[in-house]
Design a protein around this ligand. Structure first.
Ligand SMILES: C[S@@+](CC[C@H](N)C(=O)[O-])C[C@H]1O[C@@H](n2cnc3c(N)ncnc32)[C@H](O)[C@@H]1O
Length: 155
């Protein structure tokens, strides 16, 4: 199993990058004993300003073959953290790669969203893509603690 976060935009050094690095590190450490590999971030950037369609083309090139595609979109399903953890465990048990996709300023191209196995939302509100990345990495860490039976997540 491989876990990839395919994201539009380059992360600059700053508060979001510190949070993301921290959650990715926690996820890697907690996931190790659970058969969950560290998540790899792959960033894409369309320097020619081709918008969503051009970004979708670049994103498509980095999606691992056969991976479950999870598109992050404010219109998506709103799973609970335990639901999210259970999906992750399901892909792990099937030895299936998973690729989370985070769009840019205009969002994810509808054609790419339609290809997703799962579209998930962190609320109906729109968040800056770097904050969506922070929330995703936190939820990955939280999922690992749920699967490990740790005290971090409380209902
Ligand atoms: C600034 S948002 C773009 C939203 C834009 N309104 C659109 O046209 O879809 C950039 C990216 O952050 C992520 N994002 C923003 N808000 C989100 C939310 N509530 N739930 C999940 N992902 C979100 C999505 O991947 C989105 O493509």
């Amino acid at each position: 199993m491989k876990i990839t976060i395919a994201a539009v935009g380059r992360l600059r050094k700053g508060p979001e990058s510190a949070l993301i690095a921290d959650y990715l590190d926690r996820f890697a450490k907690t996931g190790r004993g659970l058969g969950l590999p560290p998540a790899q971030v792959v960033e894409i950037e369309d320097k020619r300003g081709g918008g969503m369609a051009a970004e979708a083309e670049l994103l498509s090139r980095v999606l691992p073959d056969g991976a479950a595609i999870v598109a992050l979109d404010e219109r998506g399903e709103q799973p609970t953290s335990p639901d999210f953890a259970a999906r992750l465990a399901g892909w792990r048990d099937q030895a299936r790669d998973v690729c989370f996709v985070i769009g840019g300023a205009d969002g994810i191209d509808p054609a790419l969203r339609a290809r997703a196995d799962w579209q998930i939302s962190f609320s109906r509100m729109v968040w800056p893509h770097m904050l969506a990345r922070v929330m995703l990495t936190e939820q990955l860490y939280r999922a690992a603690t749920i699967l490990a039976g740790g005290p971090y997540h409380r209902e």
